[in-house]
Ligand binder design. Structure first.
Ligand code: ZN
Length: 354
């Protein structure tokens, strides 16, 4: 199993200056490599590969000695990154790779060399040992080490391979889950897995900061401060949401052998702006990704089914019982089944043929 561990780091002001400079150099290199590819293609219909660009790095160092300071693997990784964004463009049809502005390019990556642990610190060559706020134990083999700048803070991400997967007790039971807005998910056993509750207050604060930002002069110190506050708040919201999703998905994978859930149709979500917004807030797709990767690692099964009419169909007799969006309770006039609508929907999902 592959896993990434992220920690905040506390470089000294001198070290932070070095890291900032390296980011600047990597960004400049990225933009130069992008330009090189574009020109080669436009003028000569020639494709330049990441390896071509890596081979030219020693030439670059001879011409621009400031690049001697940055680790060789870090510079190679810049070429790999650019190549990945071209691959995304060709294979997935995402946007053409962009020139990177100062605020967008915010990380650089080591592989095996250029870093080591020293007395509990992360020692980067030509920068020195940096204090790390360790909050958990790293397991597996460290494949890459990425240094990130975000909202005026610095972080390190260790991406590890062969992380031992947690062993869960044997499970035989199946469960259906209904993804919702009130609760993140409701199970066919009637359990409600909570969403990030704190989110509402945070979203309010988010809107307030966005209003501030709109009024502030471009380039002013106050505006920069607000931008940082916004970035920090976004990061906090994302962290808390991920935390709730991790907890809920681990719980389901631990307890059940088969998890039946609805197929998420992005077309449908986009068709209804309110639903789409709400879904974005809840982050169903992230939750589903967590569930899928954990289930795969633990040998559990995810079964996807159509969610058509799950809010109306009666789990007791199969008849359709019309409801308004605000009706939270399912009461069937045909068979007398009576339970929360999300609970009902979860049972329908579980019993439905794929
Ligand atoms: Zn019924």
């Amino acid at each position: 199993m592959r896993k990434t561990y992220k920690f905040q780091i506390d470089p000294t002001p001198r070290q932070a200056k070095v890291l900032d400079r390296w980011l600047y150099l990597c960004r400049r290199l990225y933009n130069a490599m992008l330009e090189q590819r574009i020109i080669a293609w436009r003028q000569h219909r020639k494709h330049i590969s990441q390896y071509d660009q890596m081979r030219e790095l020693s030439e670059l160092k001879a011409e621009l000695p400031e690049y001697m300071e940055v680790g060789a693997q870090v510079l190679q990784d810049v070429a790999k990154r650019l190549n990945r964004s071209f691959q995304r463009f060709f294979k997935l049809g995402t946007g053409f790779p962009k020139f990177q502005g100062r605020n967008r390019y915010d990380s650089f990556t080591y592989t095996q060399a250029g870093w080591k642990f020293k007395d509990g610190r992360l020692a980067l060559s030509k920068c020195g040992p940096i204090k790390v706020r360790w909050s958990r134990v790293i397991e597996g083999d460290i494949k890459t080490v990425t240094i990130k700048r975000r909202a005026g803070h610095w972080f390190v991400c260790f991406s590890c391979d062969d992380v031992p997967t947690p062993v869960y007790p044997a499970a035989e039971r199946k469960v259906g889950i209904d993804l919702g807005l009130e609760a993140l998910a409701t199970t066919s056993d009637g359990e409600r897995l909570e969403n990030a509750q704190y989110l509402k207050g945070k979203l309010k604060r988010l809107r307030r900061l966005q209003r501030h930002l709109a009024r502030q002069k471009k380039g002013s110190n106050r505006r920069i401060k607000t931008v940082h506050q916004l970035q920090r708040l976004h990061a906090k919201i994302a962290n808390q949401r991920a935390d709730a999703h991790h907890k809920a998905s681990t719980k389901l994978v631990r307890e059940y052998a088969e998890i039946h859930m609805e197929r998420i149709d992005p077309q449908f979500m986009l068709a209804n702006r309110r639903t789409a917004r709400a879904a974005a807030d809840v982050g169903w797709s992230q939750f589903k990704t967590f569930l899928q990767s954990k289930a795969a690692a633990a040998g559990r099964k995810i079964v996807e089914k159509s969610a058509r009419d799950t809010s109306r169909e009666c789990s007791g007799c199969g008849q359709l019982v019309p409801k308004k969006p605000r009706d939270r309770w399912h009461t069937c006039p045909h068979c007398g089944t009576s339970l929360h609508r999300d609970h009902n929907a979860a049972i329908v999902i579980l019993n439905r043929a794929s």
